[in-house]
Design a protein around this ligand. Structure first.
Ligand code: HEC
Length: 443
């Protein structure tokens, strides 16, 4: 079967199989003007706008014959192949923004800032998949060229992709494409912005003794990095590059070794002092998005795009078991604090479920279905509640015993990508679309 026919075949089968689920659970609609237009305005318009002749001089013809500032322009550029509704992989625009960094043809071009963040390319992909609907937008309303002096242009900040408390709970580190933002807590005044080696950052984790923290990220399809910083001086000590694609999650094994989960499908345990890889865990058939150690540190649990929760024995380096109840890619997982006998894991994924597992026995215990897609998950109140950050701007609180959603709090307009629970006071800090960071006190 040709690629496209295969896609159609799969699409139809999925529609037939999942019609009832889809109706019960409509996907969050990606709005063009709220989610997609800001990205194009920010990163594409200056080279792909209709030519304007005016008092300020001339804006040249759109580059490559591609005009992105009106629906008409988009549809007429390149024989309509720039955006093909429902077919992101066949759409020139999506192809160009997802090329490996540094490759000829990547948009925005190398030299015009970093590639788009994965969160941004994912949004564009979802929007094209959902039919590339422009809503009421027909094009740029004024002939204004975006410029720094134009105060009407809303400031678009890159999304916050991870949030972590300092061990004393008095500051927070949030990451975005701009670097590491350090905030005082609870005021959330930004005190510092630290540059990092990676273009995209996906996770920050403190060592068990709190002296150092690791920043996981990378340059898509090129390299995955772990950069080690000292906590006191906030100084970069070393950059480890064990992976061929972005690192999505990091967890410390002890003060000198840490595990990283990567889109290159592997989990690697590295020595932070030498940069050497101690163990490779291979078994996920697609990118790995999250991992955690179990309490006795002899086992590790991971989840990823292949929808499987996998349990690894760290003494032998073997995959012990795979649990495949999730029906779409997994985003995050977290170990319940304070379990000694029977560890419990919570996981979340694109199938809009929150699932509870006993990884040492190898079974899923129960699950809850949410109205939005959960992107990050954590335990609160010593493991008596679970909190999930969702793509519709809501935090949802789940009781792990009854698996009921006990509260839904709208915290942002746009996606909530990251959340962290304060080490002692029960408050939560969340981050997401347009650089937003907020403190929330869930009940
Ligand atoms: C600094 C200027 C610049 C920016 C910013 C820029 N482009 Fe381009 N773009 C170009 C040039 C030059 C070409 C023509 C050369 C080429 O095709 O690589 C082009 C070509 C294209 C093409 C046509 C590809 C083809 O196969 O014909 C697409 C699609 C595109 N750009 C999309 C985008 C998108 C989407 C963004 C924003 C995320 C963007 N560009 C940002 C300069 C830019």
């Amino acid at each position: 079967m040709k690629h496209r026919e295969l896609c159609l075949f799969i699409t139809f089968s999925v529609i037939i199989l999942s019609t009832s689920i889809l109706y019960a659970n409509p996907q969050t609609e990606i709005g063009f003007e709220t989610n997609i237009l800001p990205i194009l305005q920010n990163r594409c318009f200056k080279c792909h706008s209709a030519p304007i002749t005016g008092t300020n001089g001339n804006v040249p013809n759109p580059k490559g014959g591609v005009q992105l500032d009106s629906v008409k322009g988009i549809n007429e550029s390149r024989n309509g192949e720039v955006i093909i509704a429902g077919e992101p992989d066949d759409s020139l625009l999506y192809q160009r923004i997802t090329l490996p960094e540094g490759e000829t043809g990547i948009m925005p071009p190398t030299g015009d800032g970093p590639p788009l963040a994965k969160q941004e390319t994912d949004l564009i992909k979802k929007w094209i998949n959902q039919g590339a609907d422009y809503g009421d937008w027909t094009g740029r309303t004024s002939q204004h060229i975006p410029s720094k002096s134009n105060t009407h242009q809303p400031t678009i900040m890159p999304p916050i992709t991870s949030i972590t408390f300092f061990p004393d709970g008095k500051s927070v580190i949030a990451s975005s494409q701009a670097g590491l933002h350090i905030y005082e807590y609870p005021s959330l005044n930004q005190t510092k912005l630290i540059k990092v080696d990676a273009h995209n950052i996906h996770d920050v984790a403190f060592s068990p003794n709190g002296d150092q923290f690791a920043v996981g990220g990378g340059n898509p399809a090129r390299k995955g990095t772990i950069e080690i910083f000292s906590r006191k001086e906030l100084k970069s000590l070393r950059v480890l590059t064990p992976h061929k694609d972005s690192v999505m999650d990091v967890a410390w094994w002890d003060n000198n070794t840490l595990a990283s989960a990567s889109l290159d499908r592997s989990i690697i345990i590295s020595d932070r002092r030498t940069g050497e890889s101690i163990q490779h865990l291979e078994g996920h058939s697609r990118g790995v998005s999250a991992l955690c150690f179990l309490n006795n540190h002899q086992m590790l649990v991971s989840t990823g795009i292949d929808q499987n929760i996998r349990v690894w024995n760290l003494t032998s380096g073997e995959l012990i078991r795979s649990m495949n109840n999730h029906t779409l890619p997994g985003h995050d997982l977290a170990l319940r604090p304070n379990d000694t006998e029977l560890p419990m894991i919570v996981s979340v994924g694109d199938d809009k479920t929150v699932r509870f597992w006993q990884p040492t026995i190898g079974r899923m215990v129960k699950f809850a279905r949410l109205k939005g897609t959960p992107l990050a998950v954590s335990w609160m109140h010593n493991g008596t509640k679970v909190i999930a950050a969702c793509d519709d701007g809501f935090l949802r609180i789940i009781d792990p015993d009854s698996v009921e959603v006990t509260d839904e709090i709208q915290v942002l307009s746009g996606w909530v990508y990251a959340l962290a629970v304060h080490p002692t006071d029960g408050s939560t800090v969340i981050g997401g679309a347009n650089g937003q960071v907020k403190r929330i006190i869930p009940q």
